[in-house]
Design a binder for this molecule. Structure first.
Ligand code: ATP
Length: 457
C-alpha cells in the first residue's frame, strides 16, 4: 500500500480545517508566506513546546534565550552573512523568472512544465550570480540617512553575541548550551512546497559550547539525540535518516555537518542540520567586537574559546513533516457512518486538541451534561465541545484535526453517569464512568505511542 499523503492533499486539508493558509489571501497572496489558523497554532506550539521540553526540562545543561530579530549590522559582517550568505541565481531571458542555479534540476520550466527550468525550447538562462538572501530594512525615521539593518536570517547569531551575558548570569561552564526559538527571514530565490521553504519561518536552534577536545563526541551525541526526538514524537523511523555532508557541501565554518532528513512527498529533504562549527563564531564576534568571548578552564588554569555543536531545526518544516507522517485515508466500516475518512494520526502530545466532548443529540439533558464534562476536562487538557451536526460528521471533523479521543454523551449517560470514549486510531469505543474520565484520558495521552501507519504502509 502506498502512503496516502501528497503535498496537495496536505495543503487542501490545512486550508479546509484552518490549520495553515496563504497569507494576505484577500489581496491574492504574498509569495510564499503563510498564516497559521487556530489548529495550526496549537499544532506548531506543541511542536515548539516538545523541543523546549527536550532542551530545557529533560536536561540541566541548557538555558533559554529570546534575542531580538534586528541586531547590530556588524553581527552579520562578523558571521560572514553579509559577504557570503548567498545562493547562485540565474534569470531566464525568455520568461523573466528567476531560479536557484543549484536547483534547476528540481524546478519545472514555467512555460513548459514537462521540462526542467533551463531545458525548455525557449529557455535562455543568464550566467549564475550570487544573490544575498538577507532582507534589508532601515532603522530610524529617515529612510535615506537611517542605518541599514537586516532581518535575521538565523537565530544562532543572537546566541553568540549574547554568550558573555549568558555566561555571567547562568553560572554554566562548558559543556552547556543556549537554546532559542524564533522567526528568521530569508529572501529565498525559489521558495515553495508549502511551508517547507518560505521567506519567513521559525527556527529552533541550540548552540552547545564544549571544550575543543570533546567536540567530536558531542557532535555524535547531538546527531543521535535529535534523530530520536523525531521518532519519539511518532515520525516513522523508516521515513527518517541521518545524512552526513560530503566535504564539498560543508559551510565555511563547519568541520562536520549532518542533516536529519525526512521522506517528504517531494523526496528525502532536510528537516534539521547538526553542525560542528568549531570556534568560528565566537572568534569572529570577538575579533569584530573587541570583547573576549572565552571561558576559564579551572584544571589547566587557562582561558580558551569553546567549540560549538549546533542542532538547527525549523518549526514549520517539522510541523509539515508531522502532518505528512500523520495523514491517512481509510475506509470506515460498521457502526460509524460508513465511507472514507481522512485522519491525522498525530502523536497525542502534538495533536492540537486532545479530546472532543459530543452530546449525541441536542436534547434530553445531554448538552448540559456534556458541557459539565467539557468544563472539567478543559482545565487538564486542550478540549473542545461540539454539538453541531450528526455525530458521524463530528467524528470526521475531529479525525481531520487529529483529536485522539472523542467522548460521547448519550441516553445511557443520563441513566448511569458513563460516557463512550472513541479512539481515533483503532476506532474502538468503550464505556467509562464520568468520574474516571479525566485520569484515564491523561494516562492514555501520556502513554508511549507509535504511528499506526507503520502496520499498514
Ligand atoms: P536548506 O538547505 O533547505 O535551504 P539550510 O541548510 O540553509 O536549509 P539551515 O540554515 O541549516 O538550513 O537552517 C536550519 C533549519 O531551518 C533547516 O533545517 C530548516 O528546517 C529550517 N529552514 C531553513 N530555511 C528555511 C526556509 N526557507 N523555510 C522554512 N524552513 C527553513
Amino acid at each position: 500500500m502506498t502512503d496516502a499523503a501528497t503535498m496537495d492533499k496536505i495543503v487542501a486539508l490545512c486550508k479546509r480545517r484552518g490549520l495553515i493558509f496563504a497569507s494576505s489571501e484577500i489581496y491574492g497572496g504574498l509569495g510564499s508566506t503563510y498564516d497559521y489558523g487556530h489548529y495550526g497554532v496549537l499544532l506548531k506550539t506543541n511542536v515548539k513546546n516538545a523541543w523546549w521540553r527536550a532542551m530545557l526540562q529533560e536536561r540541566d545543561d541548557i538555558v533559554a534565550l529570546d534575542s531580538a530579530i534586528l541586531q547590530h549590522p556588524k553581527t552579520w559582517e562578523a558571521s560572514g552573512h553579509l559577504a557570503g550568505f548567498t545562493d547562485p541565481m540565474v534569470d531566464c531571458r525568455a520568461c523573466g523568472q528567476r531560479f536557484r542555479a543549484d536547483h534547476l534540476g528540481d524546478l519545472p520550466c514555467p512555460q513548459k512544465p514537462s521540462k526542467h527550468a533551463g531545458e525548455g525550447p525557449q529557455c535562455d538562462l543568464t550566467e549564475a550570480r550570487d544573490f544575498n538572501l538577507m532582507f534589508e530594512t532601515t532603522m530610524g525615521p529617515v529612510k535615506d540617512s537611517g542605518a541599514t539593518v537586516y532581518l535575521r536570517p538565523e537565530t544562532a547569531q543572537g546566541i553568540f553575541v549574547n554568550f558573555k551575558n549568558v555566561l555571567q548570569f547562568s553560572r554554566k561552564k562548558p559543556p552547556f548550551g543556549i537554546a532559542q526559538v524564533g522567526k528568521s527571514f530569508r529572501n529565498e530565490i525559489t521558495p515553495g512546497n508549502f511551508v517547507f521553504r518560505t521567506r519567513e519561518f521559525e527556527q529552533m536552534e541550540m548552540e552547545f559550547f564544549v571544550p575543543p577536545a570533546d567536540a567530536g563526541r558531542w557532535y555524535e551525541h547531538w546527531k543521535q539525540a535529535r534523530l530520536q526526538w523525531y521518532t519519539q514524537l511518532g515520525l516513522r523511523a523508516d521515513h527518517l535518516r541521518l545524512r552526513e555532508h560530503d566535504p564539498d557541501e560543508l559551510s565555511h565554518y563547519s568541520s562536520a555537518t549532518a542533516d536529519v532528513e525526512y521522506l517528504f512527498p517531494i523526496g528525502w529533504s532536510e528537516l534539521e542540520g547538526i553542525a560542528n562549527r568549531g570556534d568560528f563564531d565566537l572568534t569572529a564576534h570577538s575579533t569584530h567586537s573587541g570583547e573576549k568571548l572565552e571561558v576559564f578552564d579551572p584544571q589547566t588554569k587557562e582561558r580558551y574559546v569553546p567549540h560549538v555543536i549546533e542542532p538547527a531545526a525549523g518549526a514549520d518544516r517539522a510541523t509539515l513533516a508531522f502532518l505528512v507522517d500523520a495523514y491517512d485515508e481509510e475506509e470506515v466500516a460498521g457502526g460509524e457512518a460508513g465511507g472514507q475518512r481522512t485522519v491525522l494520526k498525530l502523536h497525542p502530545s502534538l495533536a492540537p486538541v486532545k479530546v472532543a466532548v459530543l452530546p449525541l443529540v441536542r436534547k434530553d439533558g445531554q448538552p448540559e451534561v456534556a458541557r459539565e464534562i467539557f468544563a472539567a476536562l478543559r482545565g487538564r487538557m486542550q478540549a473542545e465541545y461540539d454539538e453541531g451536526g450528526s455525530v458521524g460528521k463530528r467524528y470526521r471533523r475531529q479525525d481531520e484535526i487529529g483529536t485522539p479521543y472523542c467522548v460521547t454523551v448519550d441516553h445511557q449517560t443520563i441513566e448511569d453517569e458513563t460516557v463512550t470514549v472513541r479512539d481515533r486510531d483503532s476506532l474502538e469505543q468503550e464505556r467509562v464512568a464520568i468520574d474516571e474520565l479525566g485520569d484515564l484520558l491523561a494516562l492514555r495521552l501520556a502513554a508511549p505511542w507509535q504511528s499506526p501507519k507503520l502496520a499498514t504502509v
